[in-house]
Ligand binder design. Structure first.
Ligand SMILES: NC(=O)C1=CN([C@@H]2O[C@H](COP(=O)(O)OP(=O)(O)OC[C@H]3O[C@@H](n4cnc5c(N)ncnc54)[C@H](OP(=O)(O)O)[C@@H]3O)[C@@H](O)[C@H]2O)C=CC1
Ligand SMILES: O=C(O)CCC(=O)C(=O)O
Length: 520
């Protein structure tokens, strides 16, 4: 690996460099990676704009073949898993699974393109004899928004990074992509970036369809979002970072949408009958979800809400026992580990909060030690700081005096990616009463499972009201993610010769169409 970054078809090096750090040892890794300059960012965006009109009008099958080619190329990269493990401290099994999720996601978007519904073809045929006025021939389709900036996420070096969900959905929509790689895993980013570059070449697409800029400076990402050629942004990371990008995007002469997935504490509700039947099992399973991947999931179960009583005591005892035996795990970066420790100290020091259990003692650098806290519903409602996300394996159990207090706790929450119900049949009526609140708060409501581990599918919603995301109308996982990067255009009375193929009268692309309100 040569430490370059990728501008269109070129691999570029610069004198200004940075290195990945192995979080397990704090050792700086070879090679040194070139830091992209602001001119490099501008050049990547200009190439993307040059490629846009050609790329967006490629046939769906061409883009599908391109996504398939990216998946094939990623699978053929030597040393990808090892490099990602080294740069993130995540276990090999997890990274291998994540590669499968990444290539599966690309192939799912390829399939979606061939199915055609994404194009949103709607036709109102002309009614020349309509009284009192004739109706024109109206044809709607969706076109790509323009070049998209994607920010790689630290916690998913493959599935939410260079060829992750944002990139896959933008490329599927017909948008060229400029990725800002996460500075914690530049080697992983470059290997995946080269795989995309190879696929661009093999498929004969314009070079500006993909670029990867790298560096460890806010200025780079800021310049990317501010670049006039960029028309939308995909981001997964901190609330602070996401909001900074939203602000830059809003202050542009031409404001653009930012799809930022940020912070979520993912409430888990334990209903009385479920708790009575299986408190200890639930306690153990909760800790499994909480500590997976050192808790570095935005879907991590950060709060548990239940009625106080002996069944909740049994849940807490089982959770405390499981968590007390949990070994500390390497976190993604030194600063994420430091933020975690700070968050745990802040939460544990709040009035009315007790520390129920901690994982076993730290035994090396950047190891996150799991933490379980407890408080009352009244204390939680009175102090918004108790609902701040602590990114890592920390969670708080809220003991509520009655059902009304459960509802008050939920009403007080900010927007969430998920809400989880642990319930039995006898709990359904209690759950029904809370469903309207949960629907207002969360993007995904699940029963008798755990929120970590998002399925990549047609029905998935990985989104939610602020601050879970900056735009609750969409999802960043699943096929509906393509809609973030499309916009409708209506063509009125255009002759067939001038119409794009998607809405020509003979339907040469064979797309599904809604004609005069009826599915064809
Ligand atoms: N809820 C979630 O899913 C996640 C939450 N987090 C939270 O984020 C914290 C930091 O982790 P990290 O993953 O680095 O997330 P950040 O949000 O700090 O960074 C993510 C990306 O955004 C860029 N960025 C951040 N702020 C700005 C800015 N003001 N202007 C321009 N670009 C910016 C970063 O670039 P650069 O570093 O070059 O500035 C990086 O490429 C964690 O401790 C955790 O609290 C992290 C991951 C996921
Ligand atoms: O739980 C998952 O699979 C996805 C989590 C996620 O999107 C994130 O942590 O950023």
């Amino acid at each position: 690996m040569d430490g370059s970054f990728l501008i269109g078809a070129r691999a570029v090096t610069r004198d200004d460099t940075f290195r990945a750090i192995d979080p397990a040892t704090n050792e700086a890794l070879d090679p040194a990676f070139a830091t992209s300059s602001l001119d490099d960012v501008a050049e990547a965006c200009r190439l993307a704009a040059d490629a846009f009109d050609t790329y967006r009008e490629t046939d769906p099958e061409t883009r599908a073949a391109f996504l398939e080619a990216i998946a094939d190329e990623i699978e053929a990269v030597d040393g990808l898993i090892e490099r990602a493990v080294r740069e993130t401290g995540l276990p090999q099994g997890r990274i291998t699974g994540e590669r499968g999720r990444t290539t599966g996601q690309l192939r799912l978007f390829a399939k979606l393109l061939c199915q055609g519904r994404w194009a949103g073809v709607v036709i109102d045929t002309a009614l020349p004899d309509r009284q009192p006025l004739p109706r024109a021939d109206l044809r709607q389709r969706r076109i790509a928004l323009g070049p998209v900036a994607v920010f790689g996420a630290s916690n998913f070096p493959l599935a939410f990074s260079v060829a992750g969900g944002d990139t896959a959905s933008a490329l599927a929509a017909g948008c060229p992509v400029v990725v800002k790689g996460h500075p914690a895993h530049p080697g992983t980013s470059l290997l995946v970036g080269r795989a995309i570059q190879a696929a661009v070449r093999k498929c004969g697409l314009p070079e500006g369809v993909f670029s990867l800029v790298q560096g460890a400076s806010n200025a780079l990402g800021g310049a990317l979002v501010a670049d006039p050629h960029i028309k939308a942004v995909g981001f997964t990371g901190s609330r602070h970072g996401g909001l900074a990008l939203v602000e830059i995007a809003q202050k542009r002469p031409e404001p653009i949408p930012v799809y930022a997935e940020m912070s979520s504490i993912n409430p888990v509700l334990l209903f009385p009958h479920a708790l009575a039947a299986r408190a200890a099992d639930l306690g153990k399973a909760y800790v499994g979800s909480l500590t997976m991947g050192a808790g570095q999931f935005c879907t991590n179960p950060g709060i548990v809400v239940a009625l106080d009583g002996p069944d909740l005591d049994r849940f807490v005892d089982a959770a405390a026992e499981a968590l007390g035996g949990a070994a500390p795990q390497v976190m993604l970066t030194g600063s994420i580990h430091a933020n975690y420790d700070k968050g745990v100290t802040l939460l544990g020091g709040q009035s009315g909060v007790e520390t129920i259990a901690r994982g076993t003692e730290d035994s090396g650098v950047n190891r996150g030690r799991a933490a379980l806290f407890g408080t009352t519903g009244a204390a939680f409602v009175a102090n918004p700081a108790l609902a701040d996300e602590v990114f890592g394996a920390a969670s708080i159990v809220i003991r509520c005096a009655d059902k009304a207090e459960v509802a008050r706790v939920l009403e007080g929450l900010e927007g969430q990616l998920t809400a989880t119900l642990q319930l039995d049949d006898e709990d359904v009526e209690d759950a029904r009463a809370l469903l309207p609140i949960l629907e207002r708060k969360a993007g995904r409501i699940l029963a008798n499972g755990w929120p970590t581990g998002v399925e990549v599918s047609y029905a998935m919603v990985h989104g939610g009201p602020f601050p879970a995301t900056s735009d609750s109308r969409t999802t960043s996982v699943g096929t509906a993610a393509i809609e973030r990067f499309l916009r409708p255009v209506c063509y009125q009375d255009l002759p067939d010769a001038l119409l794009p193929k998607a809405i020509q009268r003979a339907n040469p692309l064979g797309l599904p169409r809604l004609i005069d309100g009826e599915l064809e």
